[in-house]
Design a protein around this ligand. Sequence first.
Ligand code: CO
Length: 134
Amino acid sequence: MIGRLNHIAIAVRDLAAATALYRDTLGATVSAPLPQPEHGVTVVFVELPNAKVELLEPLGEGSPVGKFLEKNPEGGMHHVCYEVDDILAARDRLKAQGARVLGTGEPRIGAHGKPVLFLHPKDFCGTLVELEQI
Ligand code: CO
């Protein structure tokens, strides 16, 4: 059911420092910072040949990434995003198998303008999973 890895998201305290690390130390192509107030983050996209890495810095009050950083002060992997062809079919299949879909269970428009859903980390090896319909 799941297709390609779309991105891995990493929560960071200092987006400028993380950008410099990926651009200068690791030699990757890195985008300009993109504030996404509706998601409570500022994002930098690291473009790799086969997937993206998204560096997430909290933006505003009540940011989900801010809460993550309270528990993980050094930052860390926040979620993985897999592509699916049909997000509603994927959701229904997962729910039928007992997986918990976060929020209302209805897809929201995610950071790339495509419908996304998040799955409970406790149901997926301790990792928050994002599904994105491509
Ligand atoms: Co994501």
